[in-house]
Design a protein around this ligand. Structure first.
Ligand SMILES: [Ca+2]
Length: 273
């Protein structure tokens, strides 16, 4: 999931934060690493004031460092300008379709259960899983809590990522995020790359062990993805190609048109099996 997909969520989160503001204002954001320690100290106090466990906060922030690679990834973001064919080529669309069919076969019981529970067939779930992380094979190398804290401190989208940081703390406190977990450069978590707030909102315990583990549990990651689509208006039994009702839910996943088209196309190839 890329950031552009969460614009409306960002606006809501900012509004929520503004509504809850008036409490201790966080220390000033910065466009360099200068002041990071002071900012995290102020943030810790603010979070403690909101009821987060002090020992948990101490543990989390003892692992957090300013992430230059996150900032460099953030500054280097480019918009999608590829045609659909170029995009499929670049992302290895045909390989995802081929491997996806095998994944469908090998996880038939799981996908049957997800379709029954959420009304979402395996195709789009497998398309997302394949495109985001190669079916869980590359989750990213950034320390998630450092990435999110760095972007909360950085001025460019400080409010949005401050809300993501609060969501990450909620996940840690609930035992749903390991403090050492690694993921993508903007703090996207696990096999289908959810931002922390989306794990809080849509995270689902697909394997029934009492926790939501987006990193190690494919059942949890895929159940959460199905729940995300359902939460974005998925209608069981309706189509998901462009112009059909469920394409709207796919648009909620990623704002880039070629990405949406790729999910619909790859999904249809897999569902046709
Ligand atoms: Ca679980």
């Amino acid at each position: 999931m890329r950031l552009t997909s969460t614009l409306s969520a960002a606006l809501i989160s900012v509004a929520t934060l503004m509504a809850g503001a008036g409490t201790a204002a966080a220390a000033a954001c910065s466009n360099t690493s200068e002041g990071f320690e002071a900012w995290t100290e102020a943030f810790k106090q603010q979070a403690a004031g909101q009821g987060f466990n002090q020992r948990m906060l101490d543990k989390v922030f003892s692992t957090v460092n300013y992430s230059r690679s996150t900032i460099s990834a953030d500054r280097g973001q480019k918009s999608f300008k590829l045609s659909f064919d170029q995009f499929m080529q670049k992302r290895g669309g045909q390989t995802i379709i081929n491997r996806g069919k095998t994944m469908k076969k090998n996880n038939a019981a799981l996908f049957a259960k997800l379709e029954q529970r959420y009304g979402v067939p395996s195709g789009p779930l497998i398309a997302i899983w394949g495109m985001e992380t190669g079916f869980g094979s590359f989750l990213g190398k950034e320390h998630t809590l450092s990435a999110v804290t760095t972007l909360a401190f950085d001025c460019r989208r400080s409010e949005f990522f401050t809300d993501q940081l609060y969501a990450a703390l909620e996940l840690v406190q609930a035992g749903n995020l390991d403090v050492n977990a690694k993921g993508a450069a903007h703090g996207e978590i696990g096999q289908t790359q959810f931002l922390p707030r989306n794990v809080v909102r849509y995270g689902a315990d697909g394997d029934g062990d009492g926790h939501i583990d987006m990193v190690r549990s494919r059942a949890d990651a895929l159940a959460s993805t199905a729940n995300f689509l359902r939460g974005h208006g998925w209608q069981p039994g309706a189509g998901y190609q462009q112009g059909e009702p469920n394409f709207v839910a796919i648009q909620g996943w990623n704002a880039a048109k070629v990405y949406q088209q790729a999910i619909a196309y790859i999904g249809a190839q897999i569902d046709a099996q």
